[in-house]
Design a protein around this ligand. Structure first.
Ligand code: 5GP
Length: 119
């Protein structure tokens, strides 16, 4: 099965605001919103507005954007009250990484003790 073109993913539509979701963060480079199928009491996704398929396709030109996404993830986590107990950031990359939506995204998971290692 080949991955869908990034422009056609649900996240592309959310980033372009063709699909309205409750945005927890919105700036010129990225947006954040709740995952539709939460795996923890708090489960948020940070996505770039630029259609990047996955982490492994990033170029050096996107290095500042990657830093920005991480910084925003930490800001959003703090705003959600996760700083005291902690949280986890996850990027699933490709088939073995369990990526299902081929538009780069960072998961922010918190609100319960998370297991390690992942299955
Ligand atoms: P991946 O498995 O690619 O790392 O993560 C994709 C995530 O996107 C999953 O956690 C899934 O629940 C979430 N997701 C898929 N479709 C939608 C949607 O339409 N809206 C939202 N908010 N999340 C979605």
């Amino acid at each position: 099965q080949t991955a869908q073109p990034t422009e056609d993913t649900i996240f592309g539509k959310i980033a372009r605001k063709e699909i309205k979701v409750d945005l927890l963060h919105d700036d010129d480079q990225c947006v954040a919103f709740h995952d539709i199928s939460k795996q923890a009491p708090t489960h948020i996704l940070i996505i770039p507005k630029e259609p990047i398929k996955q982490l492994s396709e990033c170029t050096v030109a996107q290095e500042p954007l990657l830093g920005h996404l991480l910084f925003v993830a930490a800001q959003v986590a703090k705003k959600q009250g996760l700083n005291e107990d902690g949280y986890r950031l996850v990027i699933n990359n490709g088939r073995d990484g369990g990526q299902s939506v081929y538009h780069l995204h960072i998961h922010v998971l918190g609100g319960r003790q998370l297991g390690w290692p992942p299955g």
